[in-house]
Design a protein around this ligand. Structure first.
Ligand code: PMP
Length: 404
């Protein structure tokens, strides 16, 4: 059988639909973020990166770099095993203690990514809690959807951020089955923020466990970077808070925090925790430094907010519509996959601006967009340059009607 032909058929379909995924070949340069090299045809051009999830530039923070270098010299490169078989290093436990403290929980458990933490935790909870029903927000991330699916628990989807719908769905379930309400705080593509206090209250009323993904909020919100749950003062009422070390903290890895019993349960049963090599200790050391820094420093968060507001104002003045939300994510809706890609290509080729087009299936068809994530390190000049470029391309591409 010609397998390659089967593969190319489907790839060609993606290309015809405008949904084929290309990526830029970047060369990050320590201390230069958000500027990076972009490799094209043997040349390296300096570009401004506008779509990074290294939201605060912590991936190039001198203290985080120093912590990783020190730990590599001290411990070597890899962990040397799975967590249960020789892979648990002192640095992992220090990081878990730091994370438990960040969210005010008894315990924390590390995973190799935020994706794996969601998938492993939800698969385990859904599969091992007898008759469990997982109530999942319709906007939840693929890692949660996959975890729930593979758990084979009953799944009930509630309308995105709609507490009334959640309550109706909870009320319709038998009182004595375990229920888990799974949701996010900041949704990555629209940048909207969940009404987490109201969700927690409804979940408590029906005795449901709360599972909150704070991947796009940790480090960024709350006085110590504990996320929206800290900002809203409800972290202590949420049973499980999940996060990443790969976005605002600038490193890599994922985690859950919760009660000691919950973390021990996941540690004991989750295949995504048990059967994989632990994160390098140097990664743990770098992440701990980043978290500790953002627990006390407000500088990065405040400067990021200033730059987000500045970009929004400049877009308004240029007449470029962007989605309103309360977060640091600035989506500019194009609503067509081909136009979105074309605009991103022009920005890169003519203006040395890199923003990745966001197409289906990351977002629903017809809501294709450019998603800008201003960091504290984007200068006023970077913002002005971006808006001048967008205004010029807007006219060139006659986009006004496309986004109306
Ligand atoms: N949850 C959400 C909401 C995400 O957007 C992502 C990644 N984009 C993840 C989890 C996975 O996190 P990580 O990148 O650390 O795997």
């Amino acid at each position: 059988m010609d397998f390659d032909a089967l593969f190319t058929d489907q790839i060609d379909q993606l290309k015809r639909d405008g949904n084929y995924r290309y990526f830029a070949e970047l060369e990050r340069k320590a201390g230069k973020f958000p500027h990076a090299g972009n490799h094209v045809d043997g040349e390296v051009r300096d570009v401004t990166v506008w779509c990074s999830n290294d939201y605060l530039g912590m991936g190039q923070h001198p203290a985080v770099i120093a912590a990783m270098c020190e730990a590599v010299q001290r411990t070597g490169t890899g962990a040397g095993g799975t967590r249960n078989i020789s892979g648990t290093n002192h640095d992992h436990l220090l990081l878990e203690a730091e994370l438990a403290d960040l969210h005010g929980k008894e315990a924390a458990l590390l995973f190799t990514s935020g994706y794996v933490s969601n998938w492993a935790a939800l698969t385990t909870l859904g599969a091992r809690l007898k008759d469990c029903v997982i109530l999942s927000d319709a906007g939840n991330h693929a890692s949660m959807i996959e975890g729930i699916r593979q758990s084979r628990a009953t799944k009930v989807i509630w309308r995105h951020n709609d507490v009334k719908d959640l309550e109706a769905k909870l009320a319709a379930l038998p009182a004595d089955v375990p229920k888990i309400v799974a949701f996010e705080s900041v949704y990555s593509m629209d940048g909207d923020v969940a009404p987490i206090r109201a969700i927690v209250e409804v979940a408590e009323k029906y005795g449901a466990m709360t599972y909150l993904d704070e991947v796009h909020a940790v480090g960024l919100y709350g006085a110590r970077g504990g996320g929206i749950s800290e900002q809203e003062g409800v972290a202590h009422r949420i049973d499980l808070i999940e996060g990443t070390l790969g976005k605002a903290y600038g490193v890599v890895g994922g985690y859950i925090t919760g009660s000691a019993a919950l973390c021990d349960f996941i540690r004991s049963f989750a295949s995504g925790f048990i059967f994989t090599t632990a994160l390098p200790p140097a990664v743990a050391a770098a992440a701990r430094t980043s978290i500790a820094h953002l627990k006390t420093s407000q500088t990065e968060r405040m400067q990021q907010r200033r730059q987000v507001a500045r970009l929004r104002d400049a877009l308004d003045r240029a007449g470029i519509p962007h989605m309103a939300n309360e977060s640091h994510i600035v989506p500019v809706m194009i609503k067509d996959p081909v136009k979105t890609r074309m605009l991103a290509d022009y920005l890169m080729q003519e203006w040395d601006i890199y923003v990745q087009p966001i197409n289906y299936p990351t977002v629903p068809k017809g809501t294709e967009r450019l998603r800008f994530t201003p960091s504290p390190l984007h200068t006023d000049a970077d913002i002005d340059h971006l808006v001048v470029a967008l205004r010029s391309l807007w006219r060139q591409c006659a986009l006004a009607h496309a986004v109306a």
